[in-house]
Every structure is written in structure tokens, then in C-alpha cells.
Design a protein around this ligand. Sequence first.
Ligand code: GLU
Length: 503
Amino acid sequence: MATENKPRVRFAPSPTGHLHVGNARTALFNWLFARQSGGTYILRIEDTDLERSEAQYETQLIADLKWLGLNWDEGPDAGGKFGPYRQSDRMELYHDYAKRLLREGKAYLCFCSAEELEAERKKALAAQLPPNYSGKCRAIDPAEAQKRRAAGERAAIRLHIPEHPIKFHDMVHGPVEFSNEVVSDPIIVRSSGMPVYNYVVVIDDAEMKITHVIRGDDHLSNTPKQVALYEALGWPVPEFAHLSTILGPDRERLSKRHGATSVANFRDMGVMPEALVNYMALLGWAPSGGTREEFTPQELVKEFSLERVTPSPAVFDMQKLYWLNRHYVAHRLTTAPQATIELALTFFTKAGYTPDHLDPKGLTWLQSVVTLLAPGVDKLEDLPARAAMIFKYDATAAKTSPDNAEVMGLEKTAAVIASFAKKVQSESGEITAERFKAIVNEVKAETGAKGKELFHPIRIVITGSHSGPEFDKLIPIIEQGAALGLPARVLSVKERTEAFNRG
Ligand code: GLU
């Protein structure tokens, strides 16, 4: 397939921490744009900040992106003809271009010390002026500057910003213009020899033939510096799309303070990758027409459009993510039951409900527990708590829970419970779903209770709560579990009823 004129986009994370939803959404929008246009998706590791970059974060980042299903065509592990794809492996290139900029008079050496610059900055701020670089070293003759550097004086390299406003187009924000005065001549290579982000990003984007730069809007104010570099180097300026900030429910920028924010957090909680992908797509984007919110990754590739991405901040709504997750857990249980059950079981093991190795009978039983309960939880991590009705029946809590007070106070409740207990008492052996139904019908006939006044008290006796899964499915699970003799002892229907009436 010819990819000549197709878009080329990149996700360019810095391996300085865990991949959080803000960056993951950037990765996703780039991926969607590439996949729907038949373009190329590139992963580039921006590790020029040597102090903060760590190899383990790169490994984790790659694992997180793979878990989300955002596969790339070129990258540090995948290779590609525009590599290397890790900035620390591209230093020579950056230095070559810096030499060219100096040679062409587009950049100059700056000898100002950190102290001098700080004093200048303070003075400007005190005079209520923008804290811009004065441009002092611009006046030094380049040959003289080279001599000084050759003689051992430390110098940074600054870009000469042109004396005109800097304009560019943003697919989300429309036409953007910055006065050259707010940009001032930025440093592109520090006196330590280390090139800075705003510089290397341009070299890489141009060298890698990036057509669309899609990233977070925290980089919007960096863009004029980058555009000035494209101009200085005589390169075409790419399209930009700056994605809105993601806020927490308190409308503050989403951060760790708000709880789970990293992709790894969500995975560990038992959120399905397609739920997270679906949810992240809705952060700043909405499909045209209608209010549909459920989209598989394939559907997103079809529906997504950068034109429909809004510049206003998106508020992260955990409940909506959970709602989508419930949908995808249920979906997976039908399309990939084995893998989903195995994943769910890891949460039981963590909660100490099961030994690491169950015999085949125990495993089959536990699978039925998962199948019954998983569609009702926000995230798989909640499964053990939800399964407390099976594993940790507590008669005292059942009777005294404020949640059950209303049902316990109903006129017919005492009669229903007494009649039910009597009938269960005279049962011998496992109570089947059919037998249970027959018992409930007998209680109904005997007490005249029906609907809620019949079922809710019985539910409280059996599970400790007046709401929960259907009896038809739950009763066999309780009875079979009781017969298994697991480490976390499951009480039978009879044992539960006795315990309830005892206290
Ligand atoms: N390494 C930058 C970051 O993680 C990437 C910015 C960009 O996409 O240009 O924020």
C-alpha cells in the first residue's frame, strides 16, 4: 500500500513516570487518526531529560500501550526507516543541526550565567514586564563568540526569534497567533551540551516526516518556539492538534490526588482495556449526531474525527468508566469466557478466598461464581467483596444492617421468615433451584405474602441483603459451594437459615 501522502503521526512520551490517562488519551487519538486514514503511527521515546528518565518506565509504557491495543508501526522495538526512535540515540543529529543553525546565523551562542539570567528575570518581573531574555548575546560577533567558546567559556545555543508574530494552524483551536515578544530567544542546547525538548522535538518530527502533531494542550505555548524552528530550518510546518486538559470532578487538573489515574492503576483494578479506550475516546470527542457512548476500538476507528475534538476541558467521570466496564466485562464473559474467568480469579486469590490451585471441581464452581457476579461489578477488583454473600455470610449483620431495616420491619416479614425456616429445616441434602422455588411458593401460600414482602426477607436470610442475583442461579452455587469444603467455608442454605434464626 502506498503510504507516501498518508498522515504520519507520533506518540512521544517521556519515560519519567507511569502512563496516565491524559497521555494515554493522546496516544489513543494519534492511533485512531492513523488507523482511520491508513497512515503511520510512530512511538518515539523522549528521554533527553536524563535525570528523570528511567528504562523501567519505558518498559512499562510499552506494556501499557500494548495492553490498550494501541499498536505502532515504527518505534524503538518495532524499528522503521526513520529511526532510531529513542532521543538519547539521536544526539549527533541534534548537534549537527545546531551547528547548521549557528553557521546560518539562525542561532547564536549565549554566555549569560544562570545567576545573570535570574537577576534579569527578577528585574523584568519587578517592572511588570514579561520575564523575557534580553537578547544581550545576540549582539556578540559570531566569530568572537566561537573563539570565546573554543577558549573554554561555557555557552548555550539560542534560537534567533524573528521580529514578527508567529502563526500556525491548530485543528482543535483554529488559527493561533503568538507575539514574538512573548517567545523571546529560547535556548535550544544548554551550556552542558544537552539539547532541549522544544528543539529536538522539531528535528525529530521533521526527520520522521510527521504530518500531524497531536498532543496535550500543555504544549500549546511551546508551539510558537517550535514553529520558529521549522521556519529557521526552512521546513514545512505540520498540522497541530492540541487536546484539552482532563479535569477531576472538582474541576482541578486530573492528578494522583483524584485516585486512580494511571493505566496500570486501572488494569490492576480490573478495568478492561476496551472500556478504558472507549472511555478515553469520549474525553474531548463526541460522535456526530446522537448520544451513543459505547464504541469498540474498531468502531472508534470508523467514527472518530479530529474535527469533532473540542478545545474545552474534559471532566473525568469514573462512574461512566465503570458503566462501560460492566458492559465490556459482560461482553468478554460471552466472547472470551475462559480468559475472563482466569483474570477474575486472580482477584479472588489476592483476596485470599481460594488457594492458588483449585481442583477441577472447585475451579468449575468458582467459574460459575464469577459468571454470576462479574456482570454486576464496576471493576473485577470488587468481585471478592461482592462474593462476600457467598463466602462470608454473616447472620448478625443480615439482621442488623440499616439497609435491611425497612424490610425487617414489614408486617409479614416475621411470618415469612418463620415459615421459610421451618420448611428449609425439614429438607435433607442439597436444595436444588426447583426445590427452592417450591419452598418459596409454599411460604407464599402459607403467609399470603407476595412480591417484595415475600422475596426480600428470604433474600436477607440467604444472602444478608435484600437485593442480589437471581435465586435460580444463586441457590445452586451456594449449595454446591457448601458441598465442596473450600478453605473459605461456604454455608449451605440450611446453615444460613439456622444461623439467622439462632441469634
Ligand atoms: N515528551 C513530551 C511529553 O511527554 C511530548 C510532547 C509532544 O508530543 O511534542 O509531554
